[in-house]
Design a protein around this ligand. Structure first.
Ligand SMILES: Nc1ncnc2c1ncn2[C@@H]1O[C@H](COP(=O)(O)OP(=O)(O)OP(=O)(O)O)[C@@H](O)[C@H]1O
Ligand SMILES: Nc1nc2c(ncn2[C@@H]2O[C@H](COP(=O)(O)O)[C@@H](O)[C@H]2O)c(=O)[nH]1
Length: 208
């Protein structure tokens, strides 16, 4: 959904532990809600099979990543299980200034940094139906080494503890249902921000 002319778009942050299904939910949202814009992050991790430059991530060296930090080109960045991840600032700024809604799919440390800088953002935490199911999902995805799975699961509980700092929790039981919940949140946030009082006042003038 795009905002009224002249208004800024929403900055939506989708976080949650590794393997909960953030990427899967975002892929389906891309189909169901093509008007939403997706922020592509920079990372120092290696591409997985099937991942492409500029679509999944901007894959960068540690030196290049440090230079992006020094030049203040990142809205936020974090170190996550041995690699750096960060959100290019200019794309986010240009998108919301153009009145379009943008989604950042990022981990919790980065989300909290965005919240400090941009408290008017919409912060959504994607929850697994259970910790066993989270483990099952990250294992069956088949992309991580045993060590990476252990590291990712070991930070998951601390990540879930930060849930209270988010505006919404969405359980990813079924992908379609989770997408529908997220779309409802976006619609509600637009309704909350629309300046309806001028319209209401003009109707009231007519009935007076
Ligand atoms: N609702 C769901 N029900 C069952 N399986 C799911 C569901 N959502 C995602 N999955 C599966 O769980 C695995 C992890 O999903 P995904 O890669 O989207 O997670 P992620 O949160 O983006 O992980 P990461 O943070 O590591 O990138 C995938 O194999 C995906 O197909
Ligand atoms: N703080 C940030 N976290 C990010 C960003 N882009 C992705 N992520 C998160 O990192 C983990 C690991 O991702 P993976 O692709 O290696 O599985 C996951 O939680 C992502 O959401 C970012 O720009 N900043």
């Amino acid at each position: 959904m795009t905002s009224n002319a002249g208004d800024k778009g929403l900055l939506i942050v989708l976080s949650g532990p590794s393997g909960v299904g953030k990427g899967t939910v975002c892929s389906m949202l891309r189909k169901l809600a093509p008007e939403l814009v997706y922020s592509v992050s920079a990372t120092t991790r290696s591409p997985r099979a099937g991942e492409t430059e500029g679509d999944n991530y901007f894959f960068t060296s540690k030196d290049k990543f440090r230079s992006m930090i020094e030049k203040d080109e990142l809205l936020e960045w974090a170190e996550y299980v041995g690699n750096y991840y960060g959100t290019p600032r200019s794309f986010v700024r240009d998108t919301i200034n153009a009145g379009k809604d943008i989604i950042l799919e990022i981990e919790v440390q980065g989300a909290m940094k965005v919240k400090q800088k941009f408290p008017e953002g919409v912060f959504i935490f994607l929850m697994p139906p259970s910790l066993d199911e989270l483990k099952n999902r990250i294992e069956t995805r088949g992309t991580e080494t045993d060590e990476s799975i252990r590291n990712r699961l070991s930070v998951a509980v601390d990540e879930i503890r930060l849930l209270e700092h988010y505006d919404y929790a969405v359980v990813n039981d079924q992908v379609e249902t989770a997408c529908s919940r997220i779309r409802s949140i976006i619609t509600a946030e637009h309704c909350k921000r629309e300046r309806i009082m001028p319209y209401v006042n003009s109707w009231m003038e007519e009935v007076r």
